[in-house]
Every structure is written in C-alpha cells, then in structure tokens.
Ligand binder design. Sequence first.
Ligand code: NAD
Length: 520
Amino acid sequence: MSALVRPASVTPEFLNRLVSRVPGSTGQTWKLTEVYTGEVLVELPQSTPSDIAGAFAAARAAQQEWSQWSVAKRLAVFKKFHSLVLKHNETIVDLIQVESGKARRMAFEETLDVPMVTGYYLKRAKKVLAPKKHAGPVPVVSSSLEVRQPKGVIGIIAPWNFPFATGISDAIPALIAGNAVVVKPDNKTALSPLYGVELLEQAGLPKGLFQVVCGEGPDVGPTLIDNANYVMFTGSTNTGRVIGERAGRNLIGACLELGGKNPMIVLPDANLDDTVKGALFGAFGNTGQICMHIERMYIHDSIYDEFKARFKAATENLVVGAAYDFGPNTGSLISVEHKDRVAAHVADALEKGATVVTGGKERPDLGPAFFEPTILEGVTTEMLAGRTETFGPVVALHRYATVDEAVALANDTDYGLNASVWGSDLDNAIKVGRRIESGNVNINDILATAYASKGTPSGGVKQSGVGARHGDQGLLKYTDCQNVGILKKQVMQVPDDKPFEKNVEEQIKGLAIMRKLGIR
Ligand code: NAD
C-alpha cells in the first residue's frame, strides 16, 4: 500500500473545479474519499431542497430552447462528445478508480458504456424520434401523426457501482429526446459523472441543461422526484420501491433498474475453459458489485467436481489489490460499511452450515474495504447469502441432476435481472435460457453480450425492476406521445337530414369492407 501513487490527473484543483458546479447554499459538505486509503479527496457540496428546486428551474429554462433544436443539431453535440470521451479516457478511468476503488481493468470497461450508448443513439435517434404517420378512421381524408414530445426535466438517481455509466449513459437518450436532466449521483462517486457533464458542455451542450445535485438519498430524493417530469432510477430494490411510490403519487413515469440474485447454469456439454473464465468474471468482476453479476451457480452433477476444482484454482490465482494500473484482477469494495455487510452474509451462511471452498476473509492488509474472492458450498435459501443480494465477491456452488431442477432452482428467487447459461449445443442452451424468469439472459457469456447489445431494451423483471434502458424503448420512455389527428375534409358528422339508422347501416358496412380490403 505504501507504493500506491494517486493518478497525476487527480489534483485538488481539478476536483475542486468539478464539484464547484454542485449547488450547496448552506456550505455543508460531504467528505469524498479515496477508497484505497480512506483519505479525503474533496469536500462535496450538499444540496438543500431549495438548491434542488433552483437546479430544476435552471434546467427547465435551458430546456425551452434545447427542445426547439432539431434532432440533427442536438446529435452534433453528441458526436463531439463521443470523441471527447475516448480522448479523455484515462482521466475518466482515474476518477472512477479513486472514488470507487474498483480495479483499473473494470474502470476502463465501465467507460466504454458511454460511447457505446452515444454511438447507438447517434445512428438510431433521428428515425425513432421522427413523427410517424398512421392511418385515420376514414381512408384518404384522415390521418394521425405520432409526435414525440420531450417530457421536460428528467431526474436521474444513480448508484455508486457504475457511477459514470449510470450517471451519464442514462442521461444521453433523455437529452437527445429534447429534455433537460438533473442527476443525483451517490455522494461517494460524484466525480466521474461531474466530469462527464464537463465533457458534454465542452462538446456544445448548452449550459444549465444538465444539472448535478448531491446529498444523501433520503434528503435529496423527495424534492428531486417532486420537481421531475420522469424519474430514471438505478439502485437497490428497497430504494426503488420508495422512488416508485412517490413517482406514482405524482403521476409521473419511472424506470426502475434494481438489484438481482443472478443464477448461472452450467450444462453438461459446456466448454469448461470458457465457463471457468466466465465464472471468474461473473462472481468477482467489479469485486462482485455488478447488478448483473452471478451469486448462484448451478453445475450439472457430471462435471461438478471438475468445475469446482478448476474454478477454485483459478480464483486463488486472481490478483487482488489496490493499484492504479492494470495489474489487479479485482479491487476493493466501495466502503468499510459495505465490506461489513458482505462479511455478515458470509458469517451468517457459515453459522447456518455452509462451507468455504476458498476465501471468506477480510483483507485489511490490502486496504480498508477489501474482501477475498469467496466460493461457498451448502448455501440454502434460509441464509442471507442464499436469498438476498450480497453484492460482493461471494458465490455459492450447487449441483443439479436434471435441467428441470436447474431451471426451478434458478427461478426460486424474487429477483429477475440476469441469468447466464453455458453449453455447446446452442439451441439447447437458448431453450434453457428462455425458461428462466429474467429480463436478461446470456448464453455462453455472463452479462456483456446482452448489456452491450444496445439495440435491445435491457431491464429487470419480478423485483428487479420496471421498464428498461437501451433500444427504442430507452429513448421513447423520455418522451410523451402526442397524437395529432388530421381531417382534410369533414366527412364524419352525420347530416341533420339523415336518419340515424342509415348511418348505423353505413358504418357497419364500411367497417366490414375495410376489413375485407385489409385497410383495418
Ligand atoms: P441504493 O438504492 O442504496 O442507492 C442508489 C441511489 O439512490 C444512490 O444515489 C442513493 O443516494 C439514492 N437513494 C438512496 N435512498 C434514497 C431515497 N430514499 N430517495 C432517493 N434516492 C435515494 O443502491 P446502492 O447500494 O447505491 O447500489 C447498489 C444497488 O444498485 C444494488 O442493489 C445493485 O444491484 C443495483 N444496481 C442495479 C442496476 C441495474 O441496472 N439494474 C445497475 C447498477 C446497480
């Protein structure tokens, strides 16, 4: 730890500049720390309800003009932004790493999400947002235009585990659709999203359109939701319920991307080299703090022992540590409190009869919030680690005999965010995957194939969420549909001198003919 040198880009001047855009009228601050050392990096202003209302007012004023820009003119900003994000990749990775303590490899992977989302909507948004003409009730003389209007100001609440991706990627389609945005990042990880906003403004985003407010969730959340026209939330299922309730009372829409307890099924014909490598990432990538990561593995009886031996050996070979280079495979947990929660899940499992295959201990020698990559056996649904999301580097191995049994075990959860199925017979693996109650399913991969397919909406089912990001849905959810009906000539009024019975006869005949002609 003594050799740890903070990245050169992370200077006090830079960090103070970043946080200076956060409104905090009382002068109250939150000490944002470097996870690897616990040292204070910067004093983050905390926004009061009136600061938040002010941020919304400024955003709403800027949105008036932005919404009048053509989609092409708005997209020109995002084209520049795409280049800037790639150009300043190293600085973004530095910020993500100091504030989250994740391994540099993972911080780098996180940065890729933003240009991928931007690139997708650069290609697709014009078509999706263009007004669409539909047939009206009377052929030829009537029609309807589906017009996509921006909702106004979108409130985004983001978690700490992917601060840059969730803080910025979800804002991109909202802005492209003509909205303003107010983001509330987690206090712990406000730096990388703040830098993202700076880059957007460098790319030409009008000042004021993208506001950032900071504070503890329960303090900031209510005012944010009460001022927003739509809420995009990523975080835990418990908080999602609170957000959804308040949005419902205000009669505004909400997209809720929540937690998971994601299963992996290894079929007897799986390629074990690939599967073990996948399992390592699934269980321990981002130190087990990926919403789509794997906490439950179901392995066919015929390959269980071999898989277990190889997975154990590979886990023990992982490089765990605090370093601002690409050396370590995994890094720290986000905080000492979170490490204690993960340790409590493991302790509870061991007390109730689970056993450790490898790991299971805290690593204070590496930093204040390190926990070993841990494989458990004998975990049951009576244990915390068997039922609720641990969100740490802890995975449970289970044997199964039949596919029906594996699918039933995978589905025995309140969550439905992600599932991973491994097998050489693709058709069979897909068939198994489609039986899992999960918003995302990855065949021969853990999560990236589904999540990085930006054309397909991605979201959770059951207690893992409502709505989705990506795809057309990920853009259209930030719009209201205005239905403009156009009648070229008034032909639908019943003339005063026409008996109504005649009108009834004509309408019924008309509908029958239109059906016959395939008009409707
Ligand atoms: P969290 O719910 O504690 O916090 C998420 C955000 O909500 C933070 O910004 C927090 O300050 C804020 N918040 C907390 N209470 C609030 C309230 N009452 N009102 C308004 N805002 C409030 O979650 P977390 O621990 O930061 O993040 C980890 C969780 O996020 C895990 O459950 C993980 O699975 C989930 N997650 C889901 C996805 C997904 O796409 N489904 C992605 C990343 C993380």
